[in-house]
Design a protein around this ligand. Structure first.
Ligand SMILES: Cc1ncc(C[n+]2csc(CCOP(=O)(O)OP(=O)(O)O)c2C)c(N)n1
Length: 560
């Protein structure tokens, strides 16, 4: 503890160090110069992105890959508003981020001052919590509290807006005790009677199924989940956010469910008599139609956030609590079962409705991802942006561990994947990181090639280039009679030349026969690499359930 007076900016950086922060992603401007001045020789490493959106997504990718809080920093006004998409992305997927923004000086707030934006007001609905600091004496406590809120209970982004004059005012560092927040109680253990009810339901169920998602990743409960599945022999389907919580090659794994999920996962849900929903939201891309969902099943829902229980789906066995604790309790009490009949039925569903695509000699995205999955044994970190490539990755890349499939689920943010891959790679320097991008999504944060090059971040960028905003084109094909309004790129840049401009090595692949050697070369290169895969332009993501459809209302039968 020091009694020395320091500036607000020094206090900010010291508080970040005290919170264990090693890396920050940001972009400077007038109202954060005092913070940048302290960062100039601080032990925290700052990564200068080329856009604040890139900084927010990089902090998010950093958080998802590591389980730590990601930190981003931007100036007031446009700098702060450029964080909005990234904050909303993190908020929808419950990702812990602390975002620090500069603000105009306290007396100038509300004067439409130069570069003033009410980022506090703007971000209320897209953060877990946010602050506008008007008293430097509160700053240290607020920063500590922000990290606490971001990572406890259901995680989420927290924004701290700090006026310039607060950063330059002198203050004394204090000793801050444990955080106590009345009204913010995290219910971790789960109600014992409800847990007993669930155990009873599991004992009597004949066709139970686990539907598990991002909550399992957040609570670090993957090991407990694996044990639970092995012990109970209950088949498991995962959401996009839940990829990797259970090895997807396992015979009990059904892959992803929902709109673009596997047919066998969706049929299994439909036939089930007990759904054990773990850390999921019953969101509309999973449950298109709540009335038609699992008509024969009792539903148990375990989640740390009481607001999620019964939000979209009425449930029979609600349990509020931390999945790691609750699964450990279940594991202690549960008995091993063989479940032959139900597992035979699951095997049959897998046989009857396999995940397939037509191999017509053209360069198919499914083939590229399947080959990547086989070559890497599902072990590298994959980030995606949003669109068809994201869904093909979800279906064909068989992830083995949590925190290795990083994708914008709830917000569906194009442009997310590439900057997120940079954050993921910085947090996991010993891992291979692949950014799977659509040609549309890549162009939304293409400027981060400079960040990648500056810090020599060895991400492998694989562009699945179809020359279209593919997912929207697919909807236009199916629901709008092929009227491709504003989804065809009449011009696309030569991505290899763009990469060359940023001094990133690049290759183009046009034939299926070139895929293995290109992947091999990229995965084994020490530095960054970009591969422009020119895929079949009008390939569709199948299976598909139309919006609002029940779990078995597939379209495109016979096309696969
Ligand atoms: C920021 C943003 N704008 C618009 C959309 C709507 N949208 C969803 S998927 C998609 C097409 C994505 O195209 P691309 O990145 O090329 O991927 P593809 O679907 O072709 O694999 C669009 C425009 C979005 N998700 N995010």
């Amino acid at each position: 503890m020091t009694t020395k007076m320091i500036t607000g900016a020094e206090l900010i950086v010291q508080s970040l160090i005290d919170a264990g922060v090693e890396h920050i992603f940001g972009f400077p401007g007038g109202k954060v110069i005092p913070i940048y001045d302290v960062l100039y020789d601080a032990e925290i490493k700052h990564f200068l992105t080329r856009h604040e959106q890139g900084a927010a997504h990089a902090a998010d990718g950093y958080a998802r890959a590591s389980g730590k809080v990601g930190v981003c920093l931007a100036t007031s006004g446009p700098g702060a508003t450029n964080l909005v998409t990234g904050l909303s992305t993190a908020h929808m997927d419950s990702i812990p981020i602390v975002a620090i923004t500069g603000q105009v000086n306290v007396p100038m707030i509300g004067n439409d001052s130069f570069q003033e934006a009410d980022i506090y007001g703007i971000t209320i609905p897209i953060t877990k919590y946010n602050y506008l600091v008007k008293d430097v004496n509160l700053l240290q406590g607020i920063i500590k509290e922000a990290f606490y809120i971001a990572q406890t209970g259901r995680p989420g982004p927290v924004l701290i807006d700090i006026p310039g004059d607060i950063q330059t005012t002198k203050v004394r560092l204090k000793k801050i005790g444990p955080i106590k927040l009345p009204g913010y109680a995290v219910q971790a253990k789960g109600h014992p009677r409800q847990i007993e009810t669930l155990l009873q339901a599991i004992r009597t169920a004949r066709r139970p199924i686990i539907y598990a998602g991002g909550g399992v990743v957040s609570s670090g409960a993957s090991a407990e989940l694996k044990k639970f599945v092995k012990q109970t022999r209950i088949p498991i389907t995962n959401t996009l956010m839940g990829k990797g919580i259970f090895p997807e090659r396992d015979e009990l794994a059904l892959g992803m469910l929902g709109m673009h999920g596997t047919k066998y996962a969706n049929y299994a849900i439909h036939e089930s008599d007990l759904i054990i929903a773990l850390g999921v939201r019953f969101d509309d891309r999973v449950v298109g139609n709540v009335q038609k969902f699992a008509p024969l099943a009792k539903i148990a829902h375990v989640d740390i956030d009481p607001a999620e229980i019964g939000k979209r789906m009425a449930v029979d066995i609600p349990i509020v609590g931390d999945l790691k604790i609750i699964l450990s309790m279940l594991n202690q009490k549960i008995k091993t079962r063989s479940r032959k009949r139900w597992l035979d039925r699951i095997a049959r569903l897998k046989e009857d409705y396999p995940l397939t695509y037509t191999d017509d000699g053209t360069l198919k995205p499914q083939y590229i991802i399947q080959t990547l999955s086989d070559m890497t044994k599902g072990e590298v970190i994959i980030t995606t942006s949003v669109g068809q490539h994201q869904m093909w990755a979800a279906l064909y890349y068989q992830t083995t561990e949590p925190r290795r499939f990083i994708s914008s689920g709830g917000a569906g943010t194009m442009g997310y994947g590439f900057p997120a891959s940079i954050g993921a790679q910085i947090s996991q320097p010993d891992q291979t990181v692949v950014a799977l991008c659509g040609d549309g999504s890549f162009q939304m944060c293409i400027q981060e090639l400079a960040t990648m090059r500056t810090y020599n971040v060895p991400v492998k960028i694989f562009i699945l280039n179809n020359g279209y905003l593919g997912m929207v084109r697919q909807w236009q094909e199916i629901f709008y009679n092929r009227r491709y309004s504003a989804t065809h790129f009449e011009f696309n840049p030569d991505f290899c030349q763009i990469a060359a401009g940023y001094e990133v090595p690049a290759m183009r692949v046009t034939e299926p026969g070139e895929v293995k050697s290109a992947l091999d070369k990229a995965l084994n290169s020490d530095g960054p690499m970009l591969v422009d895969f020119r895929i079949a332009p009008e390939e569709n993501v199948l299976p598909m359930i139309p919006p609002g459809g029940g779990q078995t209302d597939f379209i495109g039968e016979g096309e696969e």
